[in-house]
Design a protein around this ligand. Structure first.
Ligand SMILES: Nc1ncnc2c1ncn2[C@@H]1O[C@H](COP(=O)(O)OP(=O)(O)OP(=O)(O)O)[C@@H](O)[C@H]1O
Ligand SMILES: [Mg+2]
Length: 473
């Protein structure tokens, strides 16, 4: 009997056996043989089934062990909100009224409606999520997530539709519920801490603003009397030196020798003290000017006289303005290394000079010996980069950002600060100027591998191109 598929006589199903191998006329012996084969076949199928059932039981046991090891409660719900099967202990969630006793050996909740096991709002929330997961309420099945609180704890439920459910064709969904109380509490304290930090930040900004306004007001008040005090000190010193001292010294020569020496020493002391008053007055004047400058920039009251300038021109002027300071530092070598084809900048020339002078002044202050370098280059993004490098003590990593705030000094340089008497406003002014032009400024320390000192890097956008006809692009 011809057949498309070559039959395997021993393993074919009984129906195919009969179809393929039963001759048209069957003898009793032939029939017996066929029956024997059918019996054999059934025995083989039976053995297979037994093995498959054992494998299934083993898989189920493994899954149950995995579930039991998980902290989540898990159960299957049908479309009427009944717990069809409890997959993993849900006794932390479910409670039965005292009058109802669960069937012995059955897990708590099995066969019960959610309304019997949970407070009504929770039960409704979960069965609603189950219906949505089954696609009953939404039209399309999908995993649902709901969060609810129960007896002071927080739970997160994930509800997924169960396809091919054996429950008489009824829709079912599996519901996995996790206790997220700790996570919620952490979230809450994090939110509270964030809110507190934000409020603190606002308060700090207000205080900072207040401080700036106060300093600005005080500076304005101080400026006029300070200018006249300073002016008079200079005048008094000059008069004393030119006119009075020669007279006093001459008169002293007519006194006994001890007196003359004492008078001369006293006069020199007075002169010296006046010099200190003059120097400190000048420093106070610079501080007041810086404060007013900074508060004007911050308040948007500064005038910006923008023009197209080159970095090279500004660097040249800045170096010239610090010529005497550079000459004083005999063990310091100044190196200027500017790329020859830098694009121009659209900025207030004096403001950019202020930045370069401030950075160079700082570098000279901190470098006892070695190179101070000014480097200008074009970055990959087309910005103009100015870097000022020194061979000073460097800046601790923790202070690299802080030093750009008002009145902030790096802690390690008390000696330097005392020697150079800085007020801590220079970098704050630089940052305001650079930011006004959409640039940025940062400090790096050490400036490179195997080097010491600090490097201040300023990046500025180039001037927009001027198209034919004069309009900027
Ligand atoms: N090149 C540098 N190397 C090491 N520390 C630096 C350098 N430049 C600045 N600093 C640190 O940053 C602080 C702030 O600098 P900033 O220029 O703002 O103030 P200042 O130089 O102290 O005073 P001034 O207002 O006169 O400029 C300095 O006091 C110093 O501690
Ligand atoms: Mg400075």
């Amino acid at each position: 009997m011809a057949h498309a598929q070559p039959p395997s006589f021993w393993w074919d199903t009984p129906a195919r056996l009969l179809e393929n191998h039963l001759p048209a006329t069957l003898t009793a012996a032939g029939l017996l043989a066929v029956l024997g084969l059918i019996a054999f076949h059934l025995a083989v199928v039976n053995t297979r089934r037994t093995r498959q059932a054992a494998a299934l039981r083993a898989t189920k046991a493994r899954l149950q062990a995995v579930l039991a090891a998980m902290p989540d409660a898990a159960f299957v719900l049908d479309d009427s909100g009944r717990v069809v099967e409890v997959l993993n202990d849900a006794s932390t969630l479910f409670t039965l009224p005292a009058s109802v006793s669960p069937p012995p050996g059955a897990p708590l909740g099995q066969g019960r409606f959610l309304e019997e096991l949970l407070p009504l709002p929770c039960a409704r929330l979960l069965s609603g999520a189950a219906r949505a997961a089954m696609g009953i309420s939404t039209g399309a099945d999908a995993v649902q997530e709901v969060v609810f609180s129960l007896r002071g704890a927080w739970f997160e439920a994930r509800v997924a539709p169960l396809r091919h459910a054996p429950n008489g064709g009824r829709d079912e969904a599996v519901c996995v519920i996790r206790d997220i109380t700790t996570r919620k509490e952490l979230q809450r304290s994090l939110q509270a801490a964030t809110r507190e930090a934000e409020a603190m930040n606002v308060r700090l900004k207000e205080l900072d603003q207040l401080k700036t306004e106060l300093l600005s007001a005080v500076s304005q008040e101080i400026r006029t009397p300070l200018t006249s005090v300073f002016g008079f000190v200079v005048l008094v010193r000059k008069e004393l030196q030119r006119r009075l001292l020669p007279v006093i010294r001459e008169a002293a020569t007519r006194r006994p020798p001890g007196d003359a020496a004492a008078i001369d020493a006293a006069a020199s002391r007075i002169l010296d003290n006046l010099r200190i008053v003059q120097e400190e007055g000048a420093r106070l004047g610079r501080l007041v000017d810086d404060l007013l400058d900074l508060s004007n920039i911050e308040a948007g009251k500064s005038e910006w006289r923008d023009e197209v300038i080159t970095l090279a021109g500004v660097v040249e002027k800045s170096v010239a303005s610090l010529a005497s300071q550079i000459a004083d530092r005999t063990r310091v070598t100044l190196q200027v290394d500017l790329a020859p084809t830098l694009p121009p900048l659209l900025m207030d020339r004096d403001r950019l000079q202020q930045v370069v002078v401030h950075l160079l002044d700082n570098a000279l202050k901190v470098t006892e010996e070695g190179p101070v370098r000014i480097i200008g280059r074009l970055t990959e993004t087309g910005a103009v980069e100015l870097a000022v490098e020194d061979a000073g003590p460097g800046i601790p990593a923790a202070d690299l950002h802080r030093i750009f705030e008002k009145f902030q000094h790096a802690p390690g340089d008390e000696g330097i600060r005392r020697a150079h008497k800085g007020s801590g406003l220079g970098l704050a002014i630089c940052r305001n100027i650079v930011r006004h032009y959409g640039g940025d400024i940062r400090a790096v320390s050490p400036p490179g591998p195997g080097r010491t000192g600090a490097r201040f890097v300023v990046r500025l956008p180039p001037a927009p191109m001027v198209a034919e006809g004069g309009s900027r692009q």
